[in-house]
Design a protein around this ligand. Structure first.
Ligand code: BG6
Length: 505
């Protein structure tokens, strides 16, 4: 294959451990297939899938093909494209606990390198449940597969640890085998176009940075609401909950991008240093004050898009008296010069009325309203809305004079919409992230200290919630905007959450 884009990429072997799982099927292989179509994949490339399931190579390929047809952003594959791509893929059945799995893999890698007459970069993607991380990482280590530190990389999916202690333990274990530069901790939010665009918006424009601070900004809201329930992930979700599943990673990443200081360069460590600074500056929530700063909720039955849905406690694999939160809202302060005293409100929930991820920056009022009272009856503060998904764009709300003979002000919207400005297809988050890993760029991945700082900030809430089971669950109906207490949380500051309503496309 001619690899026109793949100028920075060396011969590469991606080994997916957990190759018959959902993540491989829905996300990883469709992403690699699109990288292949866009000619980002190097000429010397192989994808080796490993799983316990004893299936043949053709059966494995058929399953992957089905997944690509279903989930690729480009829709169904063309036969010749798929057939050519499939030549790069092979399957190996094996237990992760058996040394023979890794010996066989090593043989496979060596024979490819012999054929290519060149050493390859080998990427191990752990697309497995977190309980398997440690064992697989150790086996990769003891088998010598990661001995060449300049050529081997390991990818760990979230959740990275279950709390601060387990995250530290996992980091220590990984650091015994890999250098930090070889470890790619994935948070797929960082691969989203609109999330990466926060950096461009903030640091490639002179206009916003001067007002991006406590002098002009009143408060920041980050909402990630989902209509989906826990689906078939009850087992996992019962050990996680909204705080661990979403806030500790995805919402904290968004918070870091909004609050970080300008990086001096786009060097991976420089960008990550600036993000860690934000997490380290988060004001510690005192264990006795958790109720002042955080609210939890769990969905009961209700209606989504006109369909009746069951409550969380009736979902498969969920304890009938589960105390797990499916909604979490938290108020945070960042103790530094830029953000002193400015509240950051974060909320996320499942089975909410809409699926929306949005960051809202509310600006302070003008210092003096010189207009007559009747002109400003509809006055609202400037709001900047960064729409992450499903609508992708940036809206700035400001006051304008309503056409007419009298001076009447009302808020209007200035809009940038991706679909109006760009006609080309948008890469999926996993495409961006996988390509970065192939190219060895870790800017968009979480470093050990960042993961630990994120856990540290949340531990008082996690511990308080675990010690004090909720008495009122379920406390919000499916298809609503979460529990009432979430509103009260920020009403104390004279604020209210933006309404979660269907977005303009
Ligand atoms: C995952 C969570 O990390 O992110 C899920 O485990 C959640 O519970 C998902 O549904 C949301 O991702 P996205 O890209 O659909 O917003």
């Amino acid at each position: 294959m001619e690899a026109t884009n793949a100028t920075k990429t060396c011969p590469t072997i991606i080994v997916i451990l957990g190759a018959t799982g959902d993540l491989t099927w829905r996300k990883l292989v469709p992403a690699i297939y699109n990288l292949y179509l866009d000619k980002w994949i190097p000429g010397n490339f192989a994808l080796i899938g490993i799983s316990r399931k004893k299936i043949s190579n053709p059966a494995f390929l058929t399953r992957l093909h089905e997944g690509v047809n279903k989930f690729s952003r480009r829709g169904k594959t063309k036969k010749t494209d798929w057939d050519n791509f499939a030549k790069y893929i092979s399957y190996q059945a094996g237990e992760f606990s058996n040394n023979s799995t890794y010996t066989k893999l090593e043989k496979g890698i060596k024979s490819l390198e012999k054929k290519w007459k060149v050493k390859a970069n080998v990427i191990f993607y752990l697309a497995v449940p977190p309980v398997a991380f440690e064992e697989i990482a150790c086996k990769i280590g003891t088998s010598g597969l990661a001995a060449d530190k300049s050529r081997s990389r390991i990818i760990i999916e979230k959740p990275f640890g279950h709390d601060l202690d387990s995250a530290k333990k996992l980091n220590t274990l990984l650091h015994g085998i890999f250098d930090e530069s070889q470890i790619y901790r994935i948070d797929h939010y960082l691969g989203k176009e609109t999330v990466q665009n926060i950096l461009a918006f903030r640091f490639a424009n002179a206009l916003f940075e001067p007002v991006w601070n406590r002098n002009y900004i009143d408060s920041v809201q980050i909402t990630v609401s989902e209509q989906l329930g826990v689906e078939n992930r009850g087992n996992y979700y019962e050990t996680a909950g909204a705080l661990r599943d979403m806030i500790q990673n995805h919402l904290f990443q968004l918070l870091c991008l909004i609050a970080m200081e300008p990086p001096v360069s786009f060097d991976a460590n420089e960008v990550r240093n600036k993000k860690v600074d934000v997490l380290n500056a988060l004001r510690k929530i005192h264990p006795n004050e958790v109720n002042e700063y955080a609210v939890r909720g769990q969905y009961g039955p209700g209606w989504i898009e006109g369909k009746k849905v069951i409550g969380y406690r009736k979902e498969p694999d969920v304890n009938k008296e589960s105390c797990k939160e499916t909604f979490a809202a938290i108020k945070l302060f960042i103790d530094n010069w830029r953000w002193q005293g400015i509240p950051f409100y974060l909320r996320t929930g499942k089975r909410m009325n809409e699926t929306i991820s949005i960051i809202t920056i509310k600006f302070k009022p003008v210092p003096h309203k010189s207009f007559p009272p009747e002109a400003i009856s509809n006055w609202q503060p400037n709001m900047l809305m960064l729409h992450i998904q499903p609508h992708m764009g940036i809206h700035l709300q400001f006051q304008a004079k309503r056409p007419g003979l009298q001076m009447m002000l009302n808020p209007v919207d200035m809009e940038f919409n991706y679909e109006d400005s760009y006609s080309s297809g948008m890469p999926e988050a996993y495409e961006t992230l996988l390509l970065d890993i192939i190219e060895g760029d870790s800017t968009l991945f979480m470093r050990a200290d960042q993961v630990e700082a994120a856990w540290e900030a949340l531990m008082p809430v996690i511990e308080n919630w675990e010690m004090n089971p909720p008495v009122n669950f379920p406390n919000y109906e499916s298809g609503t905007q979460g529990p009432e207490a979430a509103e009260a949380l920020i009403a104390k500051d004279g604020n209210s959450w933006i309404a979660i309503s269907p977005e303009k496309k």
